[in-house]
Design a protein around this ligand. Sequence first.
Ligand SMILES: Nc1nc2c(ncn2[C@@H]2O[C@H](COP(=O)(O)OP(=O)(O)OP(=O)(O)O)[C@@H](O)[C@H]2O)c(=O)[nH]1
Ligand SMILES: [Mg+2]
Length: 403
Amino acid sequence: MSLPQRDISPLAGQLEQTLSAGRLPSEVSGWGSQLLQRLRQPVQVAVAGSPGSGKSALIDMLLGRVVIGRNGGGLLVDVCHGAQEMAEVETAAGERLQIPGLLAQMELPQDACRVRQILPDPRLRWHSYRELPLAGPLAAQQEMLQQAAASADIILWCSQEFAADEQGLWAAVPDSTKDHSFLVLTMADRQVMRGTLPALIETLEPVAAEEFLGVYPVAAIQGLTARAAEAPQDGLWRSSGGKQLAEDVQRQVDLGRASDVDQAELLIRQFGSTLPAEAAAPAVAAPVTAPVSAIAAAPQAASLAVALEQLQTGAEAMLAEADAAGGPQAAPVLAQCMEMIRNLSQSLDEMPASAAVEAAREAAQDGEEMLMLCQLEQDEDAAVDAVTLLIQLKKELMEEPPG
Ligand SMILES: Nc1nc2c(ncn2[C@@H]2O[C@H](COP(=O)(O)OP(=O)(O)OP(=O)(O)O)[C@@H](O)[C@H]2O)c(=O)[nH]1
Ligand SMILES: [Mg+2]
């Protein structure tokens, strides 16, 4: 996906202008400010787990080089974008030191308690990493995890077996975070050697299906070796499990960004002046005209094109209505979203069977199920989620039109 490469600062600037000009009604200004904050900072990927669970090795693998190494064990480490390769170190005495180079190679003060490693790696503009060690009394670990869940967009939970005590800790994480998190079975090479990996995955898969996006066995040392080699070793990168994890994390980063961009565009279109040209072109203008007419060229698909158009225009109309009614009314917005998605399902049911139609039906059905969940909440957030979901669904179907 090309989205991460896209410069979204004009869009953020436009949203900021809309906010500071006081154009957003009070009911949505909180949403707008949060959105602006998210657009202005990289997606945060937290790598959490107990001491020695393989967090640093995993981050180094994802970065493709030894940045943390074995240094800074037990410390909270952020890896972020910046011009110079250096670390900012906080000590227990309250000092802040700047040390040039990489954490893996530097001597840390004995009372270091927090490190911010800065790297001129352009990928870190879009997502940063945080190593989050979970140790000490259970209550302290729970507290740290709650805080992490509040600030992180994605959590990679590192564990060799995700035993009952860890499952208990994870259970308290909000579902909204679980929906963007991965269970990483670290040091998978050792499990492979012992022949215990298949049974472990089989045991954990039902838990992971409920609690995470999935279970990912990863041999980080091998993964890093594959990436750091002079000639890239694709086979080893794949078999280490690193490739799959890296791609799926990237996908989550992209999806999160796409959803924020969609919401910002909706707000600006509704309440701001004009969209910045670059933002409007790829994400909004193009799909509405070109692919719809392409689908409509096939007569049996005409009703689908209409349904897809309705998803977009309906979503925008809902925001307008919400504004006129003096604030978003969750119940009517949700009911309308539900009706639109049912219309879409109906159009798909009327189309001749094909793999693409079947995939679209499944997507619509998933959407319907998620909307049911949104309805349980019946608040402003749920209404926003529902509208975002419709737009996302429309985009997905536009990218791979059925029929
Ligand atoms: N065989 C094998 N060893 C690994 C792997 N990942 C990490 N290790 C080793 O396990 C030990 C702990 O790994 P770290 O990455 O430092 O673990 P951590 O969770 O960052 O540890 P703390 O920061 O001290 O909590 C190190 O000796 C690593 O070399 C792996 O995939 N395979
Ligand atoms: Mg570590």
